[in-house]
Design a binder for this molecule. Structure first.
Ligand code: 5AD
Ligand code: SF4
Length: 576
């Protein structure tokens, strides 16, 4: 079967059996029903590895008539052995090696007794998984869920790619630089795969995330070491896709009919504890705003909000396992409008109020927001929900009305500054951060100066700033008046100098103040413990690791370039 044929058959299976072919097989195959079994066999016939070959069909008929050994089945095996085992019940009676799928259909069936013992031992060994995430926090969250969905398959996470049987690059497409990084990383992984092969070890390489969604099968063409390409909406199918990839490269980037969250394996309590006291929770995905510079609406699709009941259940499980801070994630999180527990549509404010009632949840945050969706009820939540941290990431991108219009942001610079005044009236201790793009097509020096003026007026505690990067398929990339690269670089430096001075000023303003700190991990040095202020600043103190998971008042004594240093104040922590 050609690469292309293999790919299209996989797509067909994915389209006709939502939730993947193997899951459907489990659904439709009941005990002792040969009819069901043959339906199941047909389903899997679309995947090479279980397709009955003509010779097998003949021998199957023979066996059915006389031998009495039915039921028997082909089992796609673990990546470690790379084989397909022929089983009667649980007993293996034969196996096929996987060299045949593309080169001719008929693998030679060998008796189980000939099986290489070391391969069988390897099959029983736990498999290692290495995931590298690029880009935003949503990718960080997705990476944890990928690990969760692969855990029941025996995959344990490793920090060492050389040890990994399966490597997943969870990619970002937002800027050209981010996409390029993926391909240079894949070049290194190809060498690693070859080294491991020389040592008799199999390695699967999967590309997930937004580059996978945007480039699909093109990735297989550009880098032949890749075995599997999976879009951000399909990673719940990873176990099946990994198995299929042993037979032919697989691409799954179709927007599925099923909700991936319904199929994701929840992490064990132990796993949640391992990940720490601060957790992400995706509540909304996709974007309908279509800013003219941005690929997100194309790679992540239309806005979808998860039902509140599922979010609450996930948050409760996190809190039970010791999580004390939850950051709600969404590409457009303040546009959240999910079905509430009472059947009505809930806003983000309503969801936050519900989550704040969960025992153990001390801190709530949300990111990333759009100014046009900062509704009054959300602003009120900042005023009267102590668990909602006084820190807001609210991208403005530019301070020039002309550029904001060209970006299709749907608001002007004054709208943004008035909104900030309103939020600060509701929560005077609120600190802000923002994203800025310099050098959007048509940006003049005066437009850029308007951005600097806005920054000077608002005063940001932190920021993310980027040179405009034309993304294929977005309207911005088609605009004629692209800004010269050198001009972009020079403007970025000027903007970063301003926001950096504001950041340092903000950090310094905390010295001498008493602030609650949620402790998360041991500090850099023996006898130190590290946590975060309400404003996401890292804080270190001399103290015991027993403080981890507790929110305690700390007096800030001094600030370094990135961290604050303080001492414990002898007052009771907030009750959990
Ligand atoms: N070029 C530069 N920056 C971009 N961003 C999104 N698309 C582009 C692009 N094409 C930035 C925006 C957004 C952040 C996540 O990335 O500032 O808020
Ligand atoms: Fe991209 Fe954000 Fe604009 Fe949506 S609102 S298109 S995610 S920049």
């Amino acid at each position: 079967m050609s690469r292309r044929a293999a790919k299209s058959s996989t797509r067909k299976v994915a389209a006709s059996w939502p939730g993947s072919a193997t899951r459907s097989l489990r659904r439709i195959s009941g005990p002792c029903s040969s009819t069901r079994r043959s339906i199941a066999a047909c389903a899997l016939a679309k995947l090479w590895h279980t397709a009955p070959r003509p010779t097998e069909r003949r021998s199957r008929r023979r066996r059915r008539r006389g031998s009495g050994v039915w039921p028997q089945r082909w089992s796609p095996e673990t990546p470690a052995t790379n084989c397909v085992a022929l089983l009667i019940g649980k007993r293996e009676i034969g196996y096929k090696e996987p060299t045949s799928p593309f080169r001719g259909h008929f693998a030679i069936l060998k008796p189980a007794s000939e099986r290489n013992e070391s391969a069988a031992i390897e099959a029983r060994a736990p498999k290692k998984l290495f995931i590298k995430s690029f880009g935003c926090q949503m990718n960080v969250y997705d990476a944890t869920r990928m690990a969760d969905v692969l855990a029941p398959e025996g995959y344990e996470e490793t920090a060492q790619p050389e040890q990994a049987d399966l490597i997943v690059l969870n990619t970002c497409h937002i800027r050209e630089r981010a996409s390029e990084k993926v391909f240079s990383e894949l070049g290194k992984l190809r060498e690693l795969k070859e080294d491991r092969k020389a040592r008799g070890q199999t390695t699967r390489i999967a590309v997930a995330g937004c580059v996978a969604q945007a480039e699909g099968a093109e990735i297989l063409r550009k880098q032949r070491a890749v075995d599997l390409v999976v879009g951000p909406q399909n990673y719940h199918r990873l176990p099946d896709l990994v198995r299929e990839s042993f037979m032919a490269p697989v691409v799954d980037t179709e927007f599925p009919v099923e909700d991936k969250f319904d199929y994701l394996t929840p992490p064990s309590e132990e796993k949640i504890r391992e990940r720490g006291v601060s957790a992400f929770l995706t509540v909304q995905e996709g974007c309908d705003k279509f800013c003219t510079f941005c690929v997100v609406p194309y790679t992540r699709g239309a806005e979808v909000s998860r039902p509140a009941a599922k979010i609450v259940a996930e948050a409760e499980a996190l809190a039970r396992a010791g999580v004390r801070e939850i950051t709600l994630l969404g590409q457009n999180v303040d546009a959240y409008h999910g079905m509430g527990e009472d059947g009505a549509t809930w806003s983000l404010a309503r969801l936050l109020r519900r989550l704040a009632r969960i025992e153990g949840v001390l801190r709530l945050r949300f990111t990333t927001s759009h100014p046009n969706d900062m509704t009054d009820d959300l602003i009120e939540a900042f005023a009267d929900l102590p668990a909602l941290m006084p820190f807001l990431h609210l991208p403005v991108q530019s301070g020039s009305d002309a550029i904001l219009r060209a970006m299709n942001r749907g608001h002007g610079a004054r709208d943004y500054t008035s909104l900030i005044e309103k939020i600060r009236r509701a929560r005077p201790d609120l600190a802000l951060s923002s994203d800025f793009i310099v050098g959007f097509p048509g940006e003049t020096e005066a437009d850029f100066q308007a951005t600097l003026d806005l920054i000077a007026e608002v005063r940001f505690a932190s920021n993310f700033s980027f040179k405009y990067s034309p993304r294929p398929g977005t309207p911005g990339a088609e605009l004629a008046d692209q800004v010269d690269e050198a001009v972009k670089t020079e403007r970025l430096h000027r903007l970063q100098a301003l926001v950096e001075s504001q950041r340092q000023h903000f950090n310094a303003s905390l010295v001498g103040r008493i602030t609650p700190v949620l402790f998360e991990k041991p500090g850099r040095h023996e006898g130190q413990v590290a946590g975060k202020s309400p404003y996401l600043q890292p804080v270190q103190i001399d103290g015991s690791v027993d403080l981890i998971g507790r929110e305690v008042l700390v007096e800030i004594m001094r600030c370094g370039s990135n961290s604050l240093f303080g001492r414990l104040v002898e007052t009771p922590e907030r009750a959990i």
